[in-house]
Write a protein that binds this ligand. Structure first.
Ligand code: PLP
Length: 439
């Protein structure tokens, strides 16, 4: 496929820089982590494909950082959005639609007795922390290095110098006093969690984790990690919060806490769960939920306040219902997995042939490519991959019409819309990229 120079994208980027801070509305969209320059400005998307403002077509593995699991403009989802728009997009009153989506979430994720809709994953996570603090009457939070939980103050805090030190802000504008309420420990490391709980346990409101990580590549918890985490946390009277903003409905019709790879679901059930992305079918959404007695902390029942003008809007809720309906079709996840397996085999073989170090972590239809030869089970190991090699690969792929996320820590997401032809085209482009990189 002949690609045109991305001249119009460059022009638009210059214009965007004059009006939008950094030219992008989310830093992850900039090309800073892959050598800089203008990001591609997309004009249209359908199924597994994008078309940019210069007329180039791309196979999309970004999937908008996760939500677009049924592909772009899926007819069932689109119809639901059109219908919602025709009926009025925002009422400021309860609707029957909200109950329907809440029921669907509860059926798929039984630890959620009660649900509340919000507008983003950030809001969902932020509120689970408030609820946990209200319930336990404690302030501190333990989180895991490299897990991203949105941009609220408490979760934008990185590790101190060891598991038993308090955190330091990861962003300007976060007071030290807030960072001091956060302890960061390495993922997959129960000893560090134990050490942190021994030191701070009495003050810890919650341990927050992505039960299957999607933010330093795709990383599975080691055998027994989630069980140990839940047990230890409860021994100290703290709550377990799962951030399933990426993982819910990504690997199967359900979430990580109900995923078949974990033998004992009762042993890994959290007290609170945060959701987002897929459950909005491509429109803005978040949701949180958990055990009835914990959720009863939330206003108007309890003292923990949380509200939202746009929360539960009929458009997002309708898109979410339609998306989950598509995902209930038999064979959907198996097909995405088969395609991801073929793709991963092709990419790995190409890298091996050219002597390029490559570790691929795949979980069903999602995977991450790490330019290193060691396994990646935590953030330190993910950071040990080669950023320059990823940047070069990203650019060669883009120049051949394959759209990846511009960060070595982000996943490739298959959708229900990817075809065999897309997979073959991607493997070919990957082989060519490695050949160019090996020169
Ligand atoms: N939690 C996780 C695991 C995420 O990956 C993200 C976003 O990527 C968030 C929370 C924040 O969600 P949002 O971008 O919708 O605020």
């Amino acid at each position: 496929m002949t690609m045109q120079p991305r001249e119009r994208s460059s022009e638009l980027y210059e214009e965007a820089l004059a009006h939008i801070v950094g030219g992008v509305n989310s830093p992850s969209r900039s090309f800073k982590a892959v050598g800089g320059g203008a990001p591609v400005f997309m004009e249209r998307a359908k199924g597994a494909h994008f078309w940019d403002v210069d007329g180039n077509q791309y196979v999309d593995y970004l999937a908008a950082y996760g939500p677009i699991i049924t592909g772009h403009a899926h007819p069932h989802v689109t119809q639901a959005i059109v219908k919602a728009a025709e009926n009025g997009t925002l009422y400021g009153t309860p609707t029957a639609l909200e109950i329907k989506l809440a029921r669907m979430l509860k059926e798929a994720i039984p630890s959620m007795d009660k649900v509340r809709f919000v507008n983003s994953g950030t809001e969902a996570v932020m509120t689970t922390i408030r609820v946990a603090r209200a319930y336990t009457k404690r302030n501190k939070i333990i989180k895991f290095a490299g897990c991203y939980h949105g941009h609220s103050d408490l979760v934008l805090v990185a590790a101190g110098s060891g598991p038993s030190t308090l955190g330091i802000p990861d962003s300007a504008g976060i007071p030290k006093s807030i960072a001091h309420e956060v302890i960061t420990v390495p993922f997959n490391d129960l000893d560090s969690l134990k050490e942190a709980l021994e030191r701070w346990g009495e003050d810890v409101a919650a341990v927050m984790v992505e039960p299957i990580v999607g933010n330093f590549g795709m990383v599975m918890p080691k055998e027994g990690f989630l069980e140990g985490l839940c047990k230890l946390t409860r021994e100290y009277g703290a709550l377990v919060i799962y951030d399933e903003v990426i993982s819910a409905f990504r690997f199967h019709y359900g979430s990580a806490q109900t995923y078949h790879a974990f033998p004992d679901h009762a042993a890994i059930e959290p007290d609170l769960t945060a959701l987002g992305k897929i459950i909005g079918g491509g429109l803005p959404i978040g949701a949180y939920g958990g055990r009835k007695h914990v959720m009863e902390q939330v206003a108007p029942l309890g003292p923990a306040y949380q509200a939202g003008t746009m929360a539960g809007n009929p458009a997002s809720i309708s898109a979410g219902i339609a998306c989950l309906e598509v995902l209930q079709e038999p064979g959907i996840y198996e097909r995405m997995e088969a395609q991801a397996m073929k793709l991963v085999e092709g990419i790995q073989a190409g890298a091996d042939r050219c002597g390029i170090p490559m570790t691929i972590n795949r979980i069903r239809g999602a995977f991450s490519t790490h330019f290193c030869s060691h396994p990646v089970t935590n953030y330190d190991e993910a950071q040990g991959s080669d950023a320059e090699l990823f940047g070069a690969y990203f650019r060669h792929m883009l120049d051949q019409g394959i759209c990846l996320a511009p960060s070595r820590f982000e996943a490739w997401f298959l959708t229900t819309a990817h075809s065999e032809e897309d997979i073959d085209r991607t493997i070919e482009a990957s082989n060519e990229s490695f050949r160019r990189m090996a020169i």
